[in-house]
Design a protein around this ligand. Structure first.
Ligand SMILES: Nc1ncnc2c1ncn2[C@@H]1O[C@H](COP(=O)(O)OP(=O)(O)OP(=O)(O)O)[C@@H](O)[C@H]1O
Ligand SMILES: [Mg+2]
Length: 447
C-alpha cells in the first residue's frame, strides 16, 4: 500500500512531486514541510497543540511555471482533505456568486466522500456477501419459474451453492431479472436544509423531488442489479455518523485549501470600477484564514488549523497590494523560478505524463511510432524558449502549442504513416517550425 500524505516524510512528498514537476525545488520543499508539520502537530499534547498554528504559504512566480500543477499533484497524493479554488470565482457576501465560506464547505464535502469511500472499502467483503445473497434471491425463483417449477428447487441448499458458484463465474451477468428499485437508493449523508447557499437550496430541491417518486419494479441485467445493490448495501454498512465525525476531524486538523490566482484579487490601481470589490473579497477571506467557524450541512467546521496555500503570478500586482492583514497570514513566501530551455527539455521527457509520451501514446493507437531523437528534443525546447522570449512568456504552456504545431501533419494524416516510424530530429523540427519561430509576427499568432 502506498503511504498516505500524513505519513509521508517531506523528502518523500518532494520525491513524488518530482515525478511530475521539474525544478521548483524550493516551493516543493516548503510545501512538504508545511504538510509534515500538520502531522507533527497532531502528535503534540493538547496544550502545546493549541499554540501551534499552520504557517500558510504564498507561492509567487511567473505564468506557466508549475504553481497550479504542484497543487494538482498534491491533491492526487490524497488522504488529507484538499481542494483547489480560484480566488476570482468568489464575490463579496450579498452579491450573486459564491461566497468564500463555500470553500470550507467544499473541503468538508471532499473529506466526507474520502472517508466514506475508505469505510466502504473496509466493509467491502461484507457488502459483497450481502449483495450475492440478494442476487441469488432474485435469480433462483426466476430460474425455477422458467424451468417449470419441479426441476429446480430454490429451497435446496446445494442448488443455491451451485448458483452462487455460477454467479461468481459470471454466467448470469447478462441475464435479466426484475427488481424493486427505490429512488432513494442513493443514500445521502447529512441533514437537509441547514445550509443557506444557492447550491444547497438547489440540492435540497432535488432531494425533495426524489421523495415523491415511488419505488418501481424494473427489469435489468444481473450486472446492473449488482451495481445498484452494492450501493444500497454500502449505504447500510457504513456508519454515517462515524463518517461525518472522522471527516470533520480530518478537515479541521489536516485540511488544505489551495487558493489559486490570488493576485487577481489583489488591489492594484484599477480596483473597483463598479465591479465586485476585490478588497471586499479579501476581507471576506481573511476570517477564514485567521480561523473561524463555518456552518456546513455536516455541522460546524473550525478553520483555525486548515493550511492555506495561495498562489499567483503577481505580474500586474504585488503581494504588498493585498490588504496587510491578509499578507500577514501568509508568512512563508516562495518564489518559483522562470523556466529555462534546459527545464523545457526535461519537461518534455521526464515527467510521467510528459508531452512526448502523451503524443507517442496517442499516435501509437494508429500504429504510428514516434521517435524523438535527443537533438530533436533540444530543438523543440530551444524553439519554445525562443518564442517565449520573443513574444509573451507563457512558461511551459508554450510547449503545448509548439508540440501541437510540430505534429500537426502526422496527427492529421496518421493513417498514411500507419505501420511506420516518424523520426523527430533537429532537422524535422526546423523544417516544421523554423520559419514560424523566426518571425515574431507569425509566431505571435501560431505558436
Ligand atoms: N516545472 C514544471 N514541470 C513540469 N511541467 C510544468 C512545469 N511548469 C509548468 N508545467 C506545465 O505547464 C502547464 C501550466 O503550468 P501551471 O498550470 O502550473 O502554471 P501556473 O504556474 O499555475 O501559471 P499561472 O500563473 O498562469 O496560473 C502545466 O499543465 C504543466 O503541464
Ligand atoms: Mg495557475
Amino acid at each position: 500500500m502506498t503511504k498516505t500524505l500524513d505519513e509521508m516524510f517531506p523528502s518523500e512528498i518532494v520525491a513524488s512531486l518530482d515525478k511530475y514537476i521539474i525544478g521548483q525545488a524550493e516551493a516543493k520543499k516548503m510545501i512538504a514541510i508545511a504538510i509534515r508539520n500538520r502531522t507533527r502537530r497532531n502528535k503534540l499534547d493538547d496544550q502545546m497543540r493549541e499554540e501551534v498554528t499552520p504557517k500558510n504559504i504564498l507561492m509567487i512566480g511567473p505564468t506557466g511555471v508549475g504553481k497550479t500543477e504542484i497543487a494538482r499533484r498534491i491533491a492526487k497524493l490524497a488522504n488529507a482533505p484538499f481542494i483547489k479554488v480560484e480566488a476570482t470565482k468568489y464575490t463579496e457576501v450579498g452579491y450573486v456568486g459564491r461566497d468564500v465560506e463555500s470553500m470550507v464547505k467544499d473541503l468538508m464535502a471532499s473529506a466526507v466522500t474520502m472517508v466514506s469511500d475508505e469505510m466502504a472499502r473496509l466493509k467491502e467483503a461484507d457488502v459483497n456477501r450481502a449483495v450475492d445473497e440478494r442476487l441469488l434471491d432474485l435469480l433462483l425463483p426466476q430460474v425455477k419459474k422458467e424451468a417449470g417449477s419441479e426441476s429446480v428447487q430454490s429451497s435446496d441448499d446445494s442448488t443455491r451453492e451451485q448458483f452462487r458458484e455460477m454467479l461468481h463465474k459470471g454466467v448470469f451477468e447478462d441475464k435479466t431479472v426484475e427488481m424493486v428499485v427505490s429512488p432513494a437508493s442513493r443514500v445521502e449523508i447529512g441533514v437537509m436544509g441547514s445550509g443557506n447557499s444557492m447550491d444547497e437550496i438547489q440540492e435540497a430541491m432535488n432531494n425533495i423531488g426524489s421523495i415523491f417518486q415511488k419505488p418501481r419494479k424494473r427489469r435489468m441485467t444481473i450486472h446492473r442489479a449488482r451495481e445498484i445493490l452494492r450501493e444500497e448495501e454500502t449505504g447500510k454498512a457504513v456508519d454515517k455518523e462515524k463518517v461525518v465525525e472522522e471527516a470533520k476531524a480530518r478537515t479541521e486538523q489536516m485540511g488544505i485549501i489551495f487558493i489559486d490566482e490570488i493576485d487577481k484579487i489583489a488591489g492594484g490601481n484599477s480596483a473597483s470600477r463598479g465591479e465586485v470589490s476585490r478588497e471586499g473579497v479579501q476581507r471576506d477571506i481573511l476570517p477564514i484564514v485567521e480561523g473561524t467557524r463555518v456552518n456546513t450541512k455536516w455541522g460546524v467546521v473550525d478553520t483555525t488549523n486548515i493550511l492555506f496555500i495561495a498562489s499567483g503570478a503577481f505580474s500586474f500586482s504585488k503581494p504588498s497590494d493585498l490588504i496587510p492583514e491578509l499578507q500577514g497570514r501568509f508568512p512563508i513566501r516562495v518564489e518559483l523560478d522562470a523556466l529555462t530551455s534546459d527545464d523545457f527539455y526535461r519537461i518534455l521527457t521526464e515527467p510521467e505524463n510528459a508531452l512526448t509520451k502523451q503524443y507517442a501514446a496517442l499516435l501509437a493507437t494508429e500504429d504510428v511510432t514516434l521517435d524523438f531523437t535527443d537533438d530533436g528534443l533540444r530543438r523543440i525546447a530551444e524553439t519554445a524558449y525562443r518564442v517565449n522570449s520573443d513574444t509573451d512568456n507563457i512558461g511551459a504552456r508554450r510547449l503545448h502549442t509548439v508540440m501541437e504545431k510540430l505534429l500537426e501533419d502526422v496527427s492529421f494524416k496518421a493513417e498514411e504513416y500507419a505501420g511506420s516510424t516518424v523520426t523527430i530530429d533537429g532537422a524535422y523540427v526546423d523544417q516544421k517550425l523554423g520559419d514560424i519561430a523566426s518571425s515574431q509576427d507569425v509566431s505571435r499568432y501560431i505558436l
